[in-house]
Design a protein around this ligand. Structure first.
Ligand SMILES: Cc1ncc(C[n+]2csc(CCOP(=O)(O)OP(=O)(O)O)c2C)c(N)n1
Length: 590
């Protein structure tokens, strides 16, 4: 055994490898993405990116049904997408163990909402484990697989951003080869028609009550005895903060947070004078305790939204009079530290799709957007997108607008990335065709899933394991869905782009424009900066409307940062005074 520093995500991948997982499937999403990327590097396993989380889970269910240990990874909002198979999987159960890693993002570092996956565990009636560091993250993969096989149920491993991305030491061991469990035809277990479903519904209650009993002595539900005055019930990363802030407290650290060990909790509560529940996000543990009539304080002291930290919890404990205000004296005074400069998120310099948002704004269109780098096109000064709800929503929303307000619909465009189109755009577009809508859909195809770090998808021509794959022909695919008007445009050509938009908006029936240019970060381009003719530059700042980080106006003259500029020439096209000149090295614009 050797010790290695690992992030929680690396440790989960290592755990999956060591505990004999044969198949890993997922869809990228922060903070879960690196789990599958790391798992894919191990020998003797199979890993894949699926087009969305529902498909990923379905693939893992197939593997588990065939008797293999399987892992499926996603971010919290991905659980919504996978919820449909998940809730029935709880009925069928598994054969080989199945672990669903759901990475929650308290504080929304890079997500469209906050969600506490423990509620899904309760809804689906499946167990949930919560690690508080990398070692636990690895160990809990093994435990989750064991529980899954022993109780015939999928297990959720819930991490949060802080656990997923921070590093701590992990004991690294060997891979255990776990033989396939034999598959036996059993339609009552696997064929969820109502008659069999009802039987499995009852079986699920029995499995849950066995799990409740197991929870009472589960090794991951641990008491750390203290002085007995203050008792804390906690889980996940909050455990680390509590240990640091309240060294004298008795702590019940819950690693298995659904189903909960009622007797253990009651016994622990009876042994302390004052009971606190410290949990990030929702009052999940607290609600259970209150339901059992156990007096405790949780969300009355600690917030139910945002991410916790030692500093935040210290303040809460001081305000509640649990820590003396003087405790702050021991902490370094950081009040005179300069604040980190505010850097609003922007599209990369040279992003070939930036000009599209400039145009959408200029043309005063209503733009339903989607999730990806291109969501940034909604921020000023581009201001080219009006909405963003969830992956795939842009197309359905544009259709809805068109159905109730046809005039507005004719000025509406749905914007979606290529990965998102594969994830859940296809069904939205099919719906437009089927229901005789006439929405205009603009697919910004940058040949990758850029926002989450350049993962492949069914249209990129490569798999997660680095093999070549058939790249879906997007034009043929869109035509096959029944869209009559399909054109492909180079988004760096603003005139052509504007013409394509006008034609699509004027067309009868649904129209799709595929704006195709690979992400600038996929090709290491030699810097090929635009030049400024200062005599012609009037300092009008029109070029700044592109929100390109390579451009600024200093002393009333445009300045181009020659390191950042890759010569996409969008600014050359918007300059009315011909003050910006494309550097003539053809390949950058090819
Ligand atoms: C259900 C769900 N799964 C995963 C994510 C994480 N995520 C945000 S954007 C995105 C895809 C972006 O790729 P693409 O549509 O190609 O746009 P790009 O970033 O390349 O512009 C993903 C996977 C999410 N927000 N929601």
């Amino acid at each position: 055994m050797t010790r290695k520093m690992m992030t929680g995500n690396e440790a989960i991948a290592r755990g999956a490898y060591e505990y004999g997982v044969r198949l890993g499937a997922g869809y990228p999403g922060t903070p879960s993405t690196e789990i599958l990327e790391n798992f894919a590097r191990y020998p003797g396993i199979y890993a894949e990116w699926a087009p969305n989380e529902k498909v990923a889970l379905e693939v893992a269910i197939g593997a588990a049904m065939a008797g293999a240990r399987a892992l499926v990874t996603m971010k919290h909002v991905g659980v919504n997408v996978a919820a449909d198979p998940l809730l029935t999987l709880a009925y069928t159960g598994v054969n080989g163990g199945l672990v669903l890693v759901a990475a929650d993002d308290p504080g929304m570092h890079s997500s469209q909402n906050e969600q506490d996956t423990r509620h899904y565990a309760r809804l689906a009636k499946v167990p949930v484990l919560e690690p508080s560091d990398s070692q636990e993250a690895k160990d809990m993969v093994g435990l989750a697989l064991e529980i899954s096989e022993r109780f015939d149920i999928p297990v959720i491993l819930r991490t949060t951003t802080r656990v997923a991305h921070s590093q701590s030491f992990v004991q690294v061991g060997q891979r255990q080869e776990v033989p396939l469990r034999p598959y036996q035809k059993d339609v009552q277990k696997w064929l969820m028609v109502p008659a069999f479903g009802r039987l499995r519904r009852q079986a699920l209650e029995q499995r849950l009550s066995a799990l409740r009993e197991y929870a009472e002595s589960a090794p991951v539900n641990k008491i750390f005895p203290g002085e007995g005055k203050i008792g804390v019930i906690t889980s996940g990363i909050s455990f680390q903060y509590v240990r640091e802030l309240l060294p004298g407290a008795s702590i019940l650290k819950l690693g298995l947070t659904y189903p909960l060990p009622e007797q253990l909790i009651k016994k622990f509560a009876a042994g302390v004078d004052r009971l606190l529940v410290v949990e990030e996000q929702e009052p999940f543990l607290e609600d259970h305790l209150k339901q059992w009539g156990i007096p405790c304080a949780g969300k009355a002291i600690f917030p139910a939204m945002g991410e916790f930290s030692t500093a935040l919890l210290r303040r809460c404990l001081q305000q509640a009079g649990i820590l003396p205000a003087a405790a702050a004296e021991g902490a370094p005074d950081l009040s005179d530290m300069p604040a980190a400069p505010v850097r609003p998120p922007v599209l990369c310099a040279g992003c070939p799709h930036r000009g599209v948002f400039y145009l959408l704004n200029k043309m005063k269109l209503l733009v339903t957007g989607d999730i990806g780098c291109y969501t940034l096109g909604g921020l000023p000064p581009l201001s080219g997108i009006d909405s963003c709800v969830c992956m795939g929503a842009s197309i359905g929303m544009a259709h809805g607008i068109g159905q109730v307000a046809p005039e507005l619909g004719r000025r509406t465009v749905a914007v979606i990335g290529d990965s998102t189109f594969m994830h859940s755009g296809l069904t939205g577009l099919l719906n437009v065709v089927y229901n005789r809508g006439s929405s205009v859909v603009l697919i910004l195809d940058n040949s990758t899933t850029a926002m989450t770090g350049h993962q492949d998808h069914p249209a990129t021509g490569r798999t997660l394991l680095g093999q070549e794959a058939p790249a879906v022909d997007m034009v043929a695919l869109v035509r096959a869905l029944g869209v009559p008007h399909v054109v492909t445009v180079d988004p760096l050509d603003l005139k052509a782009m504007q013409q394509a938009l006008e034609e699509a908006l004027a067309a009868d029936g649904p129209a799709v424009i595929i704006a195709r240019r690979p992400c600038v970060l996929l090709r290491k381009l030699p810097p090929n900066p635009v030049a400024v003719d200062e005599d012609k530059c009037t300092g009008c700042k029109t070029c700044l409307k592109l929100s390109c980080p390579a451009l600024s106006v200093v002393d009333k003259k445009c300045r181009v940062d020659s390191i950042a500029c890759v010569g996409c020439n969008l600014c050359v096209q918007v300059c009315k005074f011909a003050a910006l000149q494309a550097a003539q090295r053809g390949e950058t614009n090819a």
